[in-house]
Design a protein around this ligand. Structure first.
Ligand code: GTP
Ligand code: MG
Length: 309
């Protein structure tokens, strides 16, 4: 008789980790780093992310579903309110919450407001503090900030990270994996995102527009994928509409002799074609729609709830 060794199976773990914080804290950068691919768009401007975006990472036997959220700030417009509501919705669905703050900005009024609301909404779930952008400050500054934050809120753990450079992010991911509840994986092992392709495509174009346009304009436009055709030759033909709220904005988006929109289209097409691994023909149309910021359909396309008023 041969010996049979029965190894007890290590249990699978799985769950949701919400990344929250003020606009520009580096949530989307962290999500992309954790997943190892660009799933959520990143710009140097505030309010880049408009809806919850899931990115999936495997860590040993744990499947961590990271939920990137819009930055939390004091909302003015209807769109702002829906974005902030989406962020808190991410908190209420999460098994673990990670609050990102910027090392060089410290405990701002905005961060304190978030802490107040967190106290009322997390119950006994773990909340980690991630002090991000540590590459921008001196080490001695971090200890004082960590102390100040931990006096203000009972964080389960504190991590000092640079989402951009990758400092401290492996530690954070390891800790998150160990804290997740035991349970079956929620997605196939090789899946990294669950946003529909047409939305990812629209987000890539919106990122290029946001990087190029100044001041308020990025906040007053939205991009939708109108049509998508997979061609026999393996390429994809993608038509997108850029909605702007004013005639004047249309001219700015197009640029002199259409040079602005051409540059945006080229950058978006290149990234999209790399993402898809095949050639892309991208056609952008700019439409003036004065009331798009008050249209339920536009919110639905962005993946947001449309609230009254
Ligand atoms: N120096 C430095 N910059 C960073 C780091 N992480 C993110 N950034 C930069 O911070 C800016 C904002 O990053 P995002 O990831 O878009 O921030 P966000 O929190 O998702 O912002 P919203 O979507 O607007 O709420 C970008 O210019 C990033 O490159 C970091 O660790 N160090
Ligand atoms: Mg973001």
């Amino acid at each position: 008789m041969t010996d049979v060794t029965i190894t007890p199976e290590t249990p699978q773990r799985a769950g949701f980790v919400a990344l929250i914080g003020e606009p520009n804290a580096g949530k989307s950068t962290l999500l992309n780093r954790m997943v190892g691919a660009k799933v959520s768009i990143v710009t140097h401007k505030v309010q880049t992310t408009r809806t919850r975006i899931r990115g999936i990472a495997m860590e040993g036997d744990a499947q961590i579903v990271f939920v990137d959220t819009p930055g939390i700030f004091r909302p003015r417009r209807r769109l702002d309110r829906s974005m902030v509501a989406a962020a808190w919705g991410g908190v209420s669905d999460a098994d673990i919450i990670v609050l990102l703050i910027e090392a060089h900005r410290g405990m701002t009024d905005g961060v304190q407001t978030i802490l107040t609301q967190l106290r009322d909404s997390v119950g006994d779930r773990p909340v980690a503090l991630a002090i991000n952008k540590i590459d921008r400050v001196k080490a001695e500054h971090l200890l004082a900030l960590s102390k100040q934050m931990n006096e203000a809120f009972p964080f389960t753990r504190t991590f000092m990270i640079s989402a951009e450079k990758g400092y401290g992010t492996d530690d954070l991911r390891g800790w998150l994996a160990s804290e997740l509840p035991v349970g079956p994986w929620l997605y196939p092992e090789d899946q990294i995102a669950d946003l529909p392709m047409r939305m990812i495509a629209a987000e890539i174009t919106r990122e290029k527009l946001t990087l190029r346009l100044h001041e308020e304009l990025p906040y007053q436009l939205t991009v939708e994928t109108e049509a998508w055709e997979d061609r026999k030759d393996g390429s994809a033909k993608i038509d997108q509409i850029i909605y702007v709220a004013r005639e004047g904005h249309k001219g700015i988006v197009l640029g002199h002799k259409g040079e602005a929109i051409r540059a945006v289209g080229k950058a978006a097409r290149e990234e999209l074609s790399e993402f898809l691994g095949r050639p892309v023909h991208l056609f952008l149309t700019v439409k003036v729609r004065e009331k798009w910021l008050d249209e339920a359909e536009r919110f639905r396309e962005m993946g947001l709830d449309f609230n009254d008023g």
